[in-house]
Design a protein around this ligand. Structure first.
Ligand code: M6R
Length: 605
């Protein structure tokens, strides 16, 4: 949510800031703005809608200067409008913000009573007024920001620039991501690495309740009370090309096709030479927990549901899967001896972070499965397993999902071996089969033309039902989520066996029913469910394993994928469902990478 970029150096920064904002577009936004110090004054341009509008405004009235800030806003308080767009400026102090200030109503009342006049409906504007008030008491910008933030409750990543101290930016972070990029006599501030990748790979990650004073040559970090902090500079393992489309029409398409490579990266170095014991190096002292709880949101939650099948089957440890947004509000029973696994691509999802904190405060050991290195969830967990998918820019998660499943699979095998409940020979056979998944995935990707034909045939449906049983049920859920978030077609994922208890009433000749019917434990039962749907006139699209003549007889359309072990099938089925959702959305002419109303990383609860 909300993209942030700041620059201080010697370049003319408006084009650089605009470029940076484009690289953050995937985070989701509905308005944007930029402030540049022109040598005398701060000049601000803001616009509603896509960055093209801001770009046009800047072409008509260019901004010039070497210090500036830019922001893409995902509305929380106040509708998307020019007035509510950031930066918010008060007496030559401009602020951009990602997060939510929870006590803004009280602060606004207090500030209004003291004479502040508010121009927007946002919570952010209170920060600009607070900093201005503190500056009016004689404090320098840095001290004024610290003092203002001591009065604020909530989540924030902010950057502040002032006409009175023009050679610097002040950034602060609490529960929203923020990094400082180190260049040669220039510094960058951003909410995410892709924004600054063309200029530097040297990055300093800010931690909770930290404030940074950033000039072209220096970075000073303290807590809110001014106590100095030392933060190391790291070289990020990403290149500008990773944040570019590389010839694909959309990032989502590129990321779908990157999955075989991403999976190999996930696996690399994590199997012992004899391929028997995964994760030896990263989890040397793993002890077997009494129970595992997995918390996550959205697609990561679907990976968690699949992980439950893997862990329970291979390690025989009971697994509970919770939506992070529900977990902490029901006073969960969790404590010592239990393992809580938080799964998050971004590592910044507010609900997952809050649930992780809740679990740790109750004594559980926390394992994070994250994609973004050094993200908040990764930092706060006791152990981290990175998914190594590389930057995922498309809002609809694809390669992060399959790499999450891969880590869960390796973890399940390891837990099974440590507990003694998984026969080493079986583990070795499974792991060997798993290492073939990237090349089998390539075969699924070669079905693109067929999937595109299906997409053309079904793109006008207004509703879709996705059915699956066992491990294919979360696959159906994920397929339905992909379709609804980018094509805006209503889609329902359902356990096939439950259909007769209600949703079967929805089925008629207008309703495409996509059934994940791969060979395996529940194949026969699913086939009966397909018959039931067919008998009600449903148009059946079946996702089956190679050579499945029985389903072919019943289904209207069939898509055949390679046959693998039940536990590994989701790696292949989900790729074909991603392709289907992608092509339907693309044929409809939708903005695939930035679907309406969605944000890549949901940093508000
Ligand atoms: O970064 P996270 O994995 O924690 O994000 C969780 C969800 O917001 C995310 O998976 C969302 O559902 C995606 N849009 C799905 O494609």
């Amino acid at each position: 949510m909300c993209g942030i970029i700041g620059y201080v150096g010697s370049r003319d920064c408006a084009p650089l800031i605009l470029e940076g904002l484009k690289r953050l577009e995937y985070r989701g936004y509905d308005s944007a703005g930029i402030a540049v110090f022109d040598g005398t004054r701060l000049k601000i341009t803001r616009s509603v809608g896509k960055l093209a509008n801001l770009e046009k405004a800047l072409r008509e009235k260019p901004l010039s200067g070497t210090v500036g800030i830019g922001h893409t806003r995902w509305a929380t308080h106040g509708k998307p409008s020019e007035q509510n767009a950031h930066p918010h400026e008060v007496n030559g102090i401009a602020v951009i913000h990602n997060g939510i200030i929870e006590n803004y109503v009280d602060l606004k009342a207090e500030l209004s009573a003291a004479g502040s006049v508010f121009k927007s409906e946002t919570d952010t504007e209170v920060i600009a007024h607070l900093v201005d008030q503190e500056a009016g008491r004689g404090k320098g910008l840095f001290e004024a920001v610290c003092a203002a933030l001591r009065r604020v409750r909530g989540a924030y990543a902010i950057v502040v620039v002032s006409e009175r101290e023009p050679g610097k930016l002040v950034a602060a972070k609490n529960a929203s991501p923020m990094i400082v990029g180190i260049g040669d006599d220039e510094r960058f501030i951003a909410s995410d690495v892709p924004a600054i990748l063309p200029y530097t790979r040297q990055v300093m990650y800010m931690y909770e309740e930290e404030v940074a004073e950033v000039t072209a040559r220096t970075v000073r970090v303290t807590d809110l009370h001014g106590a100095e902090k030392t933060r190391e500079v790291r070289v990020v393992d990403a290149t500008p090309a990773m944040a570019e489309k590389g010839g694909h029409r959309h990032f989502m398409h590129k990321e779908i096709f990157e999955q075989p490579r991403a999976l190999m990266d996930t696996i690399r170095g994590r199997l012992s030479a004899d391929r028997k014991t995964p994760l030896d190096g990263e989890m040397p002292g793993l002890s077997v927990p009494g129970a595992v709880k997995i918390i996550a949101c959205g697609t990561s939650w679907h990976a968690a549901l699949i992980g439950k099948f893997m862990i329970e089957e291979l390690a025989r440890v009971p697994v509970e899967v919770d939506l992070a947004s529900e977990f902490r509000y029901r006073d969960p029973i969790v404590g010592k001896g239990e393992l809580v696994v938080a799964i998050s691509q971004s590592g910044e999802t507010a609900d997952t972070l809050a649930a992780l904190r809740e679990a740790r405060s109750k004594g559980a050991h926390a394992l994070a499965i994250c994609n973004v290195v050094d993200s908040s969830i990764a930092r706060e967990a006791d152990t981290v397993l990175y998914t190594r998918a590389g930057p995922e820019i498309g809002v609809a998660s694809t390669k992060a999902f399959v790499t999450q499943m891969a880590v869960l699979f390796l973890f399940a095998v390891r837990l099974g071996l440590v507990s003694g409940r998984l026969d080493p020979a079986r583990a070795q056979a499974l792991v060997r089969e798993f290492t073939h998944i990237p090349s089998l995935m390539e075969e699924v990707l070669r079905l693109e033309q067929k999937v595109q034909d299906l997409a053309r045939e079904f793109m006008h449906a207004s509703d879709f039902l996705y059915l699956g049983r066992g491990i294919n049920y979360p696959v159906a859920l994920e397929g339905a989520l992909k379709l609804k978030e980018i094509s805006y077609i209503h889609a329902e994922g359902y356990p096939a066996g439950e259909m007769k208890h209600g949703p079967i009433a929805l089925i008629d000749e207008e309703m495409p029913v996509l059934v994940v019917a791969t060979r395996g434990r529940s194949y026969e039962k699913v086939l009966s469910n397909v018959q039931e749907a067919k008998a009600r006139g449903g148009r059946i699209i079946a996702l089956v394993t190679w050579g499945d003549a029985r389903t072919r007889e019943i289904a209207d359309r069939v898509l055949e994928i390679p046959d693998v072990h039940d536990l590994l099938q989701p790696f292949l089925t989900s790729v074909s469902l991603q392709l289907l959702a992608y092509h339907i959305a693309d044929l409809k002419g939708n903005d695939v990478d930035q679907p309406r109303n969605l944000a890549k990383s949901v940093t508000v609860e």
